[in-house]
Design a protein around this ligand. Structure first.
Ligand code: HEC
Ligand code: HEC
Length: 376
């Protein structure tokens, strides 16, 4: 023993000290355990097991500072369904190009079989915005249009009918026009109880139909409702990444995967190189420059191209761009200030694929709505 050199002696003393400290710490820990369980302990169970429970018990999401924390949720239907007669009238008006200059009806750009989009980069007619899927847009009330400039359905429909890029009509002309189409009379009687045709009734009937357009149940909904076999392991991993490492849940949340807020993702330039200031176009506030409303993500796999300007051609590309913190890659100029929540994400190729697989679990079946026979 006496031959221990200084180094060895140091190691021995250090080891004894370390052991003491550790056992003291353990003591303190087990002392604590008596009053409260150790919640910090990492949950090492497989993700499928950790998610096979009600959402309030899911692993904690990665919430960014200042974000209103809203969990993902199952699909909900419009709580105020319209009468069958109102929907028949609204549907006819939705498909009727006689509301405008006869080039377009609502259904020209919102084509049912294309998940209510036209698949074009920007809507035909010279506008600078991509035609959105209008499923579940009742939920957007107060925030309609990609910049939120329409507070009500009536305002949104008036904008569509009167826009030179859309239907190039005039709402004030419509009562006269529709009275001249005798087939509309019984439909107004059925919907409203009398044959009076007014601007308000026309807008209200189109709104009723538009707000009845919904997506359907998805594998994601089945899973949240307790069918824990509805998602594959890869989709569950994707959902976990969506809520944690990838941070998507900070903006895409609730039953429709939108926070109904406005964010600047940096894609400010239109296809023709002009700035689209988004929300600032009508609020005139510098802080709103380049901001657009978070779009919902149900059926997103089917609604390419993406973003308000239709510049992103595929969902794979969209996710790759998000992972790379978006715009700079494309040489896009930013109007205003990029959202602080858009960051470079450290995702592996497998994790990127899992995120895409999860987005696929938000798909419902293709709408089977047929065009009506229009009244003459
Ligand atoms: C020429 C193509 C075109 C026509 C016709 C058209 N839309 Fe649209 N629709 C669009 C585009 C593009 C947007 C996004 C506009 C924007 O943000 O400025 C939009 C937005 C909407 C929205 C809001 C969706 C959201 O995410 O905020 C609804 C609802 C809607 N349209 C319904 C209708 C109805 C109802 C009609 C008929 C009265 C109609 N549209 C006619 C292209 C069209
Ligand atoms: C800061 C809020 C925010 C975060 C975080 C965010 N998004 Fe988005 N997302 C948006 C907004 C806003 C748009 C629309 C931007 C535009 O049109 O210019 C969008 C667009 C999209 C689109 C295109 C949808 C369409 O219909 O055009 C997809 C897909 C998407 N996001 C998925 C994701 C995924 C996956 C994540 C996580 C990796 C994510 N987002 C993170 C706000 C966000």
């Amino acid at each position: 023993m006496s031959v221990l050199n200084t180094k060895t002696r140091f190691v021995v003393v250090f080891t004894i000290l370390a052991c003491l400290t550790l056992s003291l710490a353990n003591c303190a820990k087990s002392g604590n355990k008596a009053d409260k369980p150790d919640v910090e302990k990492e949950d090492t169970r497989p993700l499928r097991q950790r998610y096979s429970t009600a959402p309030q018990n899911w692993p904690k999401a990665n919430w960014y500072q200042g974000v209103k924390q809203t969990e993902l949720a199952v699909f909900i239907s419009n709580p105020k369904p319209a009468s069958e007669e109102m929907l028949v009238l609204g549907k006819a008006l939705f498909f009727d190009n006689r509301l405008g200059n006869r080039n377009n009806s609502c259904a020209s750009c919102h084509v049912p079989a294309n998940y209510w989009t036209d698949k074009a980069i920007v809507a035909a007619g010279g506008g600078n915005r991509n035609s959105p899927n209008i499923q579940n847009s009742w939920y957007l009330n107060g925030n309609l249009m990609l910049d939120g400039r329409a507070a009500t359905s009536a305002q949104q429909i008036t904008l569509a009918i009167e826009s030179p890029h859309e239907m190039a009509g005039k709402v004030s002309d419509l009562p006269k026009r529709l009275k001249a189409i005798v087939g509309y009379k019984p439909m107004f009687v059925a919907a409203y109880g009398n044959e009076d045709i007014t601007e308000e009734k026309i807008l209200n009937a189109i709104a009723a139909f538009s707000n009845s357009i919904e997506s359907g149940k998805t594998a994601f909904d089945d899973f949240v409702e307790g069918d824990y076999a509805a998602l594959s392991d890869e989709q569950i991993e994707g959902m976990h990444l969506f809520r944690t490492k990838a941070g998507c849940i900070n903006c895409h949340n609730g039953p429709f995967f939108t926070d109904l807020e406005y964010h600047n993702l940096g894609y400010s330039l239109d296809f023709d190189g002009q700035y689209d200031y988004g929300r600032a176009n009508f609020t005139d506030k510098a802080i709103d420059r380049g901001k657009f409303r978070t779009p919902g993500l149900r059926n997103v796999s089917y609604t390419a191209p993406y973003l308000h300007n239709g510049t992103v051609a595929s969902l794979d590309e969209m996710v790759d761009l998000l992972i790379d913190s978006l715009p700079q890659l494309q040489g896009q100029k930013i109007a205003g200030t990029l959202s602080p929540h858009i960051k470079k994400l450290n995702l592996s190729y497998d994790e990127r694929n899992a995120l895409l697989a999860f987005l696929g679990s938000l798909n419902s079946s293709r709408p089977g709505v047929q065009p009506p026979v229009l009244p003459q």
